[in-house]
Design a protein around this ligand. Structure first.
Ligand SMILES: NC(=O)c1ccc[n+]([C@@H]2O[C@H](COP(=O)([O-])OP(=O)(O)OC[C@H]3O[C@@H](n4cnc5c(N)ncnc54)[C@H](O)[C@@H]3O)[C@@H](O)[C@H]2O)c1
Length: 393
């Protein structure tokens, strides 16, 4: 059997696609073979920048190609479900930018398509691969902080609203800061808590500042007339084990800091603070505070791509299981519903609980193109020590 590289097609050539292209082109065993965008000049530009051999006229044409093993979806949220399901029905593995989809119904349909076609599906939750998250997760796994009964997850920006069509209008994004950055911080917090069993959420999502005549953003010009997504959201999540999590996220908030990304976990044995990587405990009536130092490694956006590629090539479970993404989306969808109803929303009936400690297998995968084995590299050493981490958004 002939060995060859994993062949990738990318749908979308906007802001984050450049970072994804960098991630793919670092991988010796992978090659970006095609790209498409509804804006042909954007895809042509990316193709030239990263020597991608072909620019397809449409996502449908790219998905129909027989020589592509996996599709990377980096378009506005509203299109994730459609392209992901089409790609999986065409036998392709799918890496999709966050949020995986906008509703539980959509995520469940995507998971079903992955299972039916025996291909892998994963949301690119890159914050799980930040050095601080890796260090914290490693510490918590080896030194459990006891029963984590409360958590705070904040992703608040002062005046950083992304002023692109994919973020300002509900018809493209399906929401504002809650679905955009809320999905990052919630996924990371639940990953660190190792708790993907939310049972209810109560919250608010508000458009308070972005339509004001004096509104402004460090990241472009706000379409004040037409923006229709929330610029602030907050909520309280309850979990099956009795724990609770408070979530805050904003594109615009009158706070001192330009941006606050923070997770606090409170356990019976210790407290954990991310991204400071501090641990607070006590011994013999004295406080014991510890701080983890970590090396700067592979950029998180590239590491999540590498992890997906390794799961496909090694035919192992994807490291961001779509059933976990389902739970995160259930909370965000529930929070929006809570804003509308003014009530706490039960999440119990939306899907089945994830078995703790088990990753859901979506494959076994098959080589997408005929009798060709994909080359599998041994696990890579942490080699790239750059600090140049692209910002989340
Ligand atoms: N992980 C992160 O930190 C991060 C950061 C930014 C964006 N994202 C996510 O990536 C996705 C894309 O965001 P972005 O910042 O690149 O947005 P963007 O607006 O910069 O680019 C989106 C691109 O998609 C193209 N497009 C729009 N509709 C399309 C369609 N139907 N078919 C094909 N192409 C289409 C647009 O022409 C544009 O080039 C979003 O889901 C967003 O949430 C993630």
């Amino acid at each position: 059997m002939k060995e060859r590289k994993l062949r990738i097609g990318m749908i979308g050539a906007g802001g984050i696609s450049g970072t994804h292209c960098q991630g793919w082109t670092k991988l010796d065993d992978c090659e970006l073979v095609a790209i498409t965008d509804i804006n042909p000049s954007a895809s042509a530009h990316r193709a030239q920048e990263f020597s991608i051999p072909s620019v397809e006229a449409s996502a449908e044409k790219l998905i129909a190609r027989k020589d592509i093993d996996a599709v990377d979806i980096v378009v506005p949220n509203h299109y994730h479900r459609t392209y992901a399901i089409a790609a999986m029905n065409s036998g392709k593995h799918v890496l999709c930018e966050k949020p995986l989809a906008l509703t539980c119904k959509d995520v469940l349909a995507m998971i079903a398509a992955g299972e039916k076609n025996r291909v892998k599906l994963m949301a690119a939750q890159h914050m799980r691969y930040q050095d601080d998250t890796l260090a914290m997760k490693d510490y918590i796994t080896n030194n459990p902080p006891g029963d984590i009964y409360y958590a705070r997850a904040w992703y608040n920006r002062r005046r950083q609203l992304p002023c692109r069509a994919g973020f300002m209008y509900m018809k493209n994004s399906g929401g504002g800061c809650c679905i955009d950055v809320g999905v990052h911080i919630l996924d990371t917090a639940m990953y660190l808590m190792d708790n993907f069993e939310p049972v209810s959420v109560s919250g608010i999502s508000l458009l308070k500042l972005a339509r004001r005549s004096d509104a402004w953003s460090e990241w472009g010009t706000i379409d004040k007339q037409n923006i229709d997504v929330e610029d602030f959201a907050a909520g309280m999540v309850r979990f099956a084990n009795g724990a609770a999590l408070s979530l805050e996220c904003s594109f615009m908030l009158n706070q001192k800091s330009r941006a606050t990304h923070k997770i606090d976990l409170f356990g019976t044995e210790a407290g954990i603070s991310w991204p400071k990587c501090e641990i607070y405990s006590s011994m013999n009536n004295r406080f014991v505070d510890t701080r983890i130092e970590y090396l700067t490694g592979y950029p998180a956006h590239h590491a999540v791509i590498r992890a997906f590629a390794e799961a496909v090539m090694g035919n192992t479970d994807v490291p961001v299981p779509p059933h976990q993404s389902l739970k995160v989306i259930a909370i965000l969808e529930g929070l929006y519903k809570s804003q509308k109803t003014g009530k706490e929303v039960s999440l119990a009936k939306r899907d089945k609980p994830v078995r703790k400690g088990k990753h859901i297998t979506v494959s076994p995968a098959r080589p997408a193109a005929g009798n060709i084995a994909l080359r599998v590299s041994p696990p890579r050493a942490r080699q790239d020590r750059t600090r140049n981490r692209p910002s989340a958004g």
